[in-house]
Ligand binder design. Sequence first.
Ligand SMILES: [Zn+2]
Length: 502
Amino acid sequence: MTVTELVSYEEALATFEPVMGLEVHVELGTKTKMFCGCSTELGAEPNSQTCPTCLGMPGSLPVVNAVGVESAVKIGLALNCEIAEWCRFARKNYFYPDMPKNFQTSQYDEPIAFNGYLDVQLEDGEVFRVEIERAHMEEDTGKSTHVGGATGRIHGASHSLLDYNRAGIPLIEIVTKPITGAGERAPEVAKAYVAELRELIKALGVSEARMEMGQMRCDVNLSLMPKGAQKFGTRSETKNVNSLRSVERAARFEIQRHAAVLSSGGTILQETRHFHEEDGSTTSGRIKEEAEDYRYFPEPDLVPVAPSREWVEELRAGLPELPRVRRNRLREEWGVSEHDMQSILNAGAVDLIVATIEAGADAASARKWWMGELSRRANEAGTDLAAMEITPEQVARVCALVAEGFLNDKLARQVIEGVLAGEGAPDEVVEKRGLKVVSDEGALGTAVDEAIAANAGIADKIRSGKVAAAGALVGAVMKATRGQADAARVRELILERLGVEG
Ligand SMILES: [Zn+2]
């Protein structure tokens, strides 16, 4: 089945109802791995952060990372899950070179958290509830690099390199129940769910959840059933999708592909698929094993995890305000629309604006600079807003200088430019560049008189009632003061001098 044979999205949805399942892996931000004391720091020399336990040497014994368990419980609670009173780890047996133990320590029929939900808000404000099946603890695998092939995949490669630094880093896998009833909005729901989950994970402080760094990745399971049917169709599983946009595109593509196969009388294979960023398509991976193929069995080397109810309640009481609640509160405080709030969220500006307001700016100004000038510059530089070399305190200072009349917007933009260029704090940039609004009426008056004298023809036009011509004189004064005058005041002065009513 090739891309050209897809049926249109509308046609697919007219006949079929999509059913989705989303499996999200989150790499926890613990200092050490899940079952040993090795560092989890990124960027180290390959295989420098390993030990007998995470390399699966005979005789080594794992110990559970307490912070890993605490993070798992926090995630479970934030997802409105029940927390197991007692649960075990299990060995998921498979041979693959990126897991030297030949099994992955995971959880099988006894997850630490189960039966929850997450309410997600769609772009038009509608709230959709996604039910959570389970959240369980496991460990990440090592990283394979296939060398010599054109695609970077194993096919065609001459040899492969293995880095076990990542093997054993704690993961939480969060699995939804089948998501039904979303219809044509299924891809949008998938994207909104992963976005909301990412915000939640960040708010809990258990991971930075940076998808582009693989700290959070999503498997998109999708099947179609004829409208009105009860029995789910065969699903495909698109693995390791690592951006919000890609999650949406992968779901959309699979809906169209399944519909094409089913409409032409074909059969959907239960298989994993690879997502391709370039054109948004998926291609076949491997035929999917069933859970029983892994021969799970309880991990004999680890004691069961039995979180006490007191501890669970303590963690529940310590949960931060959840992102959706916080967003709604801020939206009301700032007086912005759902749509504007969505833009602020998409720009990654919520926390920056909050910090700028805390540093003394009013909400409207803080929003204006972060969403205007700074977003524009971040886009140009191809970087995140949060990575810009300016602090919320500095933006608040710029807001204050504008509010006090020391700067107009044009000068404020130059101050921001200076701060970003490393010229120092806003006040230093103002000083060094000599950027202050000329508010001295004497100096302004002189500049206005000079402009009138130098443009006698224009001045006559204005005197005869062509007030619109004043723009040219305002321009001349602004030029003479290097943009450091208040244009509205200049206009007033010109009309006053020429005896014309504004
Ligand atoms: Zn280790």
